[in-house]
Design a protein around this ligand. Sequence first.
Ligand SMILES: Cc1cc2nc3c(=O)[nH]c(=O)nc-3n(C[C@H](O)[C@H](O)[C@H](O)COP(=O)(O)OP(=O)(O)OC[C@H]3O[C@@H](n4cnc5c(N)ncnc54)[C@H](O)[C@@H]3O)c2cc1C
Ligand code: SF4
Ligand code: SF4
Ligand code: SF4
Length: 385
Amino acid sequence: MIKVTDKSKCSGCTACYAVCPHQAISMKPDALGFLYPEVDMDRCTDCGLCERKCDFVNAQPSSMSFPEKLSVFAARNADPQVLESSQSGGVFPALSKAVISVGGVVYGAAFRPDFTVAHMRSADLKGCAAFRGSKYVQSELGDSFINVRNDLEDGKTVLFSGTPCQVAGLLSYLPERLRQNLVTVDFICHGVPSPAVWKDYVRYMRKKGEIMSVNFRDKSAGGWKVHAESFTYAHGKKVFRETYKVMYYKNVMLRRSCASCPYDYKGRKSDIVMADFWGIEEFLTHWDGNSGTSMLMALSAKGHEWIARASEDLMLEAAEVPSELISRRNPNLMRPSKIYHESRMFEESYPEKGFIYAARRWGDLGWRYRAWKLKVLIRKMTGRK
Ligand SMILES: Cc1cc2nc3c(=O)[nH]c(=O)nc-3n(C[C@H](O)[C@H](O)[C@H](O)COP(=O)(O)OP(=O)(O)OC[C@H]3O[C@@H](n4cnc5c(N)ncnc54)[C@H](O)[C@@H]3O)c2cc1C
Ligand code: SF4
Ligand code: SF4
Ligand code: SF4
């Protein structure tokens, strides 16, 4: 039976939870809100199925080497409103529309009313709008894998989007015979931050008033290339902050498994990969601009087919991109994020000292960040590197 003794070996994908024939597994949060499986020994028959279905542990290193060039698409949604509310080029809404138009259903990450993030199911375009925008926190899957299976058993076409580990977990859970009508989409993944920190940040921002909506990376802050979170209040004001972003990119609050992630370009299992097309201005110069451009990759014939079906809502251009450009501008396609020793300090101090302490120590609330900013400014002004 599954027993997580090393947190770096569990992505929280829920495949073991969903597959257990005796419902002996529940997903329990640790102090940072990351979910891990816990087995009820009174129910477990020690059949070993959960261990066999753990893709994260069983993932074999791929023998495929990185090609010098990668075949990708540059893509942008033709509808400016969809583009504005999507994170990159709004390719996921176009794929969702194609699947809904054949009577299919879509799974994606959306906000609950309290702004925690969970996977949800939608059979119409209105519901799919909630999936737009990256939520930089681990999304709670709940019973999504079981619901996907039920939809596939009913003969529905299913589009499932998630992190590469969520997609790999779903594919491992599903029997081969059900995969024909399943289309999976993941993204180049920097890693997922702690749900507890996100929850505490929202609570902290609530002190300023009732929050009506939040956005992890709001394009209205200055376009696609600017990364700032926003909070819109009932009194009408929208507030931009970078506290969470600064903590995210310090890699201190990521799930431990993200440092040993096997789902790089070679290891991922999805049909389609989405990403921000960072560096496009160096390569396809006529695509430059700050409204958002996606990079799309089809990893299977099914992936190619659904990109073609979505293409009527997209500006799309096929390109061969040097791997070096992607490795430089979007390194997580080639390797996992580095998690530094400070993440242990973060993990140990957070439950006791809480959000404000962490945001002062690792975010932009304290003197450390201001001192660093000043240093960068002086270097810029004096031309020193
Ligand atoms: C945690 C995280 C890390 C990422 N890291 C990178 C990176 O390193 N490099 C890069 O190029 N791109 C990264 N992305 C992807 C990128 O931000 C865009 O989401 C992607 O390019 C799709 O943009 P879009 O405009 O087509 O989709 P949108 O219309 O904005 O739709 C967003 C899609 O992402 C899914 N999604 C959103 N939040 C989550 C979540 N928490 N868990 C699972 N699925 C989610 C939704 O279900 C939907 O399918 C990351 C996204 C997330 C959520
Ligand atoms: S060993 Fe079998 S019964 Fe026990 S938790 Fe795993 S799947 Fe369930
Ligand atoms: S990675 Fe997934 S299948 Fe493996 S132990 Fe964790 S939740 Fe279970
Ligand atoms: S970095 Fe890997 S382990 Fe972490 S969320 Fe992304 S796919 Fe999962």
